[in-house]
Design a protein around this ligand. Structure first.
Ligand code: ZN
Length: 456
């Protein structure tokens, strides 16, 4: 698997390097970055560090056509969307889950993501009975990543309650449910499958949210995963913030920062609704705010206060969450343009040191994403995993004298897919814009969609 990639422009922590070769070894890690070995005949144009997609529920990709119709006289919002989602997921078999996840990972890779962090709560059979292998559906996500070759951080979800008052799970939630002791058994079974994964695989844990997990559940998650990534949904909806405040006496992010050892291992997904105090405290904690701009827009969640948070030194990463869109460039663009609409200015997320809006967004999402998924990646330098993305060199739209301008043009305006090649820990999974296993994975996904369409 060792290889050497030549590129005319390479984005490194020292800035752009010209006419540069990036070498990596059989361990999937970068072994050299420099002029030596540069081959102009085989050179790609622009080489970037890969970005981790830090939050995905891959199965939701397959329900895109179900959830954009307004109920008669109804007010559609996150909560009505969730009802549609619960109805849909009861039709999914483990085979479907694997087929959809593999297709989603192919789409992610072709969009330029090098890692997928699956926030996985669909553990059991419809009705809640366990599979004979409790980790059946997690094993399906892992199998999908074997097929697609994308880097995987798996985040098994603890989901115990139907609400903050400790009520039992409601209709549609029985496939998620675990108390602490069942979750410990599930986690052990998932660890058993992890031995078959490539060395860059990471296993973390995800208490679903303060709606679904109590203090004892949070503590149990920390005990199960003493050094991996910890992800939790927080403050996505105003109603959720109000409920958490009513039951716990603090807002969700405030509660987590006050009661939990939130640090660089943590990723607070969404964190949309923050007070000024929470903005600075979350930034200071070193945790990553896991932003999912296209899903947050699709679900009408609200706008994350990115400018004050980044000014306070906060870390961000991006995820495609519901996968209503799988477009790395669009996530970054949506993050920026939502800020512009809110404050009525332009080029919000940039700095004097990095005035290019596209490059600022890209570098922050690359380093924050790698941190959030527990992956030694996010920059192109010796010792890091060879998570690499090359942009097409044949698009006049991207043909600018400064490489920052190329990034800006891609993120803010490209109509066509701009990614030519992707390597995940050195695995060359996208070539000339197409995933290497695109056709068989697509055929299986098509059969799954036909089956689901007939079942619903
Ligand atoms: Zn989510």
């Amino acid at each position: 698997m060792s290889d050497r990639i030549s590129a005319r422009r390479v984005l490194t922590p020292k800035g752009w390097l010209s006419d540069c070769a990036v070498s990596f070894g059989d361990d999937g890690r970068i072994s050299a970055v420099g002029a030596e070995g540069f081959d102009p005949a085989s050179a790609v144009g622009t080489l970037l560090p890969g970005i981790a997609n830090l939050h995905t529920h891959s199965f939701q990709r397959a329900m895109a056509g179900l959830a954009e119709t307004r109920a008669p006289g109804g007010k559609d919002d996150f909560w009505s969307w969730r009802k549609v989602m619960y109805r849909f997921l009861d039709a999914l078999t483990p085979e479907d889950i694997e087929a959809i996840a593999a297709q989603v990972q192919v789409d992610m890779a072709e969009a330029g993501y090098t890692t997928s962090a699956e926030f996985h709560y669909l553990h059991h059979q419809p009705g809640g009975a366990h599979y004979s292998d409790m980790a059946e559906t997690s094993a399906r996500i892992m199998a999908a990543s074997h097929d697609s070759g994308i880097g995987l951080t798996h985040l098994p979800v603890l989901y115990t309650y139907g609400g903050l008052d400790g009520r039992a799970l409601g209709t549609g939630q029985d496939r998620f449910g675990c108390d602490v002791s069942a979750f410990e058994k599930l986690y052990a079974a998932i660890c058993g499958h992890s031995g078959n994964m490539p060395v860059d695989f990471r296993l973390g844990v995800a208490p679903h949210s303060l709606r679904a997990v109590d203090r004892a559940g949070l503590d149990a998650c920390l005990a199960l995963c003493p050094d991996g990534p910890i992800h939790i949904h927080a403050a996505e909806q105003v109603k959720e913030v109000e409920e958490v405040f009513a039951h716990l006496g603090a807002r969700p992010v405030e509660y987590l920062l006050g009661e939990m050892p939130v640090d660089q291992r943590w990723c607070l997904i969404h964190a949309t609704h923050l007070t000024d105090g929470e903005v600075s405290s979350l930034a200071f904690s070193g945790a990553v705010a896991g932003l999912c701009p296209t899903t947050e827009a699709n679900l009408g969640d609200g706008i994350f206060p990115a400018q004050p948070y980044l000014n306070a030194g906060g870390c961000i990463g991006i995820g495609s969450d519901s996968n209503i869109r799988i477009s790395l460039a669009e996530e970054l663009r949506m993050l920026e343009v939502s800020q512009r609409l809110a404050v009525r200015q332009r080029t919000i997320l940039a700095s004097d040191e990095t005035p290019s809006n596209g490059r600022y967004l890209y570098e922050h999402a690359a380093s924050g994403g790698a941190q959030a998924v527990g992956r030694d990646a996010g920059t192109i330098e010796v010792g890091k995993l060879a998570d690499l993305v090359a942009l097409r060199d044949d698009m006049p739209f991207l043909d600018w004298p400064e490489p920052d301008q190329c990034l800006d043009a891609w993120i803010f305006g490209a109509e066509e897919p701009a990614v030519s090649d992707v390597w995940a820990a050195g695995r060359h999974i996208v070539r000339s814009g197409l995933h290497v296993r695109r056709e068989p994975i697509r055929a299986r996904f098509a059969a799954t969609m036909r089956k689901l369409r007939d079942a619903l």
